[in-house]
Design a protein around this ligand. Sequence first.
Ligand code: FAD
Length: 817
Amino acid sequence: MNDPLPSHTGAVVIGGGIMGCSTLYHLTKLGVREPILLERKQLTCGTTWHSAAQVRQLRSTNNLTQLIRYSTELYATLEQETGQSTGWVRTGSLSIATNAERLTHIRRQASLAKVFGVETHELSPAQAAELWPMMRSDDVVGAVYSPDDGRVNPSDLCAALIKGAKSHGARVFEDTPVTGFRIRDDRVCGVDTARGHVACEIVVNCAGLWGRQVAAMAGVSVPLFACEHFYLLTKPMQGIGRHLPTLSDHDGYLYIRDEVDGILAGCFEPHARALPLENLPRDFAFELLDEDWEHFEPMMVNAMHRIPALEHAEVKMLVNGPESFTPDGAFLLGEAPELAGFYVGCGMNSVGVASGGGAGRALAEWIVEGAPTSDLWSVDIRRFAPFHANERFLRARIPEALALHYAIAYPGREPHTARGLRKSALHDRLAEAGAQFGTRMGWERAAWFAEDGDALPAALKFGRPAWFDAEARESRAARERVALFDQSSFAKLLVDGRDAQSLLQRLCANDVDVMPGRIVYTAMLNERGGFESDLTVFRISRDRYLLVTGTAQAVRDRHWLETHLSPRERVCIVDVTGSLAVLSVMGPLSRRLLQELTSEDLGNGAFALFTSREIALATASVTAARLSYAGELGWELYVPVEMAVAVYDALMEIGSAFGLRNAGTHALTSLRIEKGLRAWGHEVTPDDTPLEAGLAFATKLASDVPFIGRDALLEQRARGLRRRLVHFRLADPQVFILGDEPIVCDGELVGQVTSAAFGHTLGTGVGMGYVRHGDRPLRAMVECGRFEVELAGHMHAIDVSLSPLFDPSGARMRVQT
Ligand SMILES: Cc1cc2nc3c(=O)[nH]c(=O)nc-3n(C[C@H](O)[C@H](O)[C@H](O)COP(=O)(O)OP(=O)(O)OC[C@H]3O[C@@H](n4cnc5c(N)ncnc54)[C@H](O)[C@@H]3O)c2cc1C
């Protein structure tokens, strides 16, 4: 029998799966008093109870890997703390490759593991076979072994977390479905349940595959959708060992391990099936979906190929359980931008048990601190916009997210489903010109332009990309003549009102108290001095600014601004992204080209770098901004969308005499890396400061104007830097790196690449990355050190520099003629 619900509590966690249990546990650990957990049925009854519960540490980013590392430590030690076993067994994991491309993929992962501190060893096929004697290995070309991975019993794990949480004052209420929310002054202030109302300050939505519907009751969009998810269980088989490493045969879409003297073989199949919630009974608990042998058959064939003994094994069952997935295959964490106090921790993409310990701690810290304590952008709910929770969008995209779980991480991979939602005004013109589109934040963006002779669709591969020649053509146009980039997807926020300047002075590291018409390159920093955003701020008039930021950052940056607005401040923040197209005309001939279409003087004296103004151009009126993300003379033209095609046509017509060429995001990335221009999420993240990034010039530290992050920067400057962004080029132009490789100096691992591309002007691979120099003088290290990057296990020499490799003085952007 349940106790009566409290009338009020600080924090309510919804859902008793691994995410809810872990978040509750960590809230109590961080001193939150008497949080409660509400579960509609019984603890673990949703997805958690039937999880295969492998814990594999290596993820795509360091911080996500560290979350799982912490999970393994927690799962291994919870029994000592609580007396309840978690079933943790350190079995290791073994990834095999059956072709050269997969081998490159797993070797790249092994290189990454070194940066993240995860122990891995490359094994020969024979060594791999020794670890898994029942495995067929004659088609295996290589393997990587990680000894510290393991598995857990998911129900026992949750029981241990709950025991730990209860011992610190938490309470759990089963058979208590949440039915609604109370909201006051744009904050959540209570939950309604089938058993009454609880007032609270914080709600944490850990409702698993029900998370989207639970959030919708509060007007919050949570983009997740369930899929059917399968594994096969056999009865005991002769000769199977105990606690074998989990075998990842991703070419066969499979993971395989021992389970009670039998085999458990699970899959991430290429044709996954979405599961609409209406297909689940309302009281679904501790249940499974129907077995579907026809669907599983291709994976069964692959499993029997890998483990021939399976042919004679007796099948116990084919587990088909529901699990939630998200549009990009990464989970959802953080405060919902639509509603203060409403947090989410769901959409776990089949890594919920592995991630749960660390993700629950990260979420609890986020709640207690009011912000994440490290860079969690890749799982931050603010990377999505409300339209991503659209059911048709999700139904189309989500099976692809599951299917890509084991896909080789080729550069340039783009989803195929649910495309075409946000199109720039120029979209059809660019498509006619051969644009091959990628997608970001729902936008279709021209990645490169195909010409006759280019094979389409472009094959994905490691090494020299299929679009190499196109990227070279477009980069050369920008460096030698003029190129047009459609940058309409830039996020644009209008900040308007009496207190706009004081708000932005407080949030921006650089001085935004400038004359109207000036543009300021700046950062918005957190209290640790790390980049929450890097952006350009246009001062339009005394009380009005336009903030231009990355395509993916619209929701996040707006939320940052809004949460820092005090009730006394009179400021209106409007997202105007969709109403302004951005046509960037870049290259040494850009001035002469544009001058043909306007009578305004575009010379240096009349139109300085980092200024903007409205001009008549062709038959339209546009805001021209003298800026360049390509490192060239150029203007970004902010054009009302309804005039964009007319402006584009006029530019193309006049431009033909200047050799104007359409250019895409691949070329722009190459140009900006050559020029050493940083990108948010790569060189500048919440864990990097302007001092480390070499961007102190874009701060107002020299003045005494206060801003968020200033104290942390002053402290860091006084202490001295221990890591610094560097620029580099590869000695061998035949080597193609992708952007996350380890950096080694004199044989010692010192950092990681943050961005890389082929630099078509410099004629070799170029990149940026952070180097830890500790107490060593950085300059001496850069000048005397023997630097290399590790690519899929191979070392390649790089030349490192503290200044950009191309046009370090910026002369090309300031050119007179
Ligand atoms: C076949 C299969 C194999 C898997 N293998 C692995 C693996 O090897 N490793 C791994 O890490 N992960 C694995 N997973 C994924 C992992 O199990 C999930 O990511 C994880 O269990 C999800 O936990 P959760 O807490 O988010 O959701 P759930 O466990 O579903 O918990 C959500 C809870 O919320 C409750 N709830 C919903 N609505 C309400 C409401 N209105 N009021 C109150 N309560 C509500 C539900 O009843 C449920 O108990 C696997 C999943 C499947 C299906």
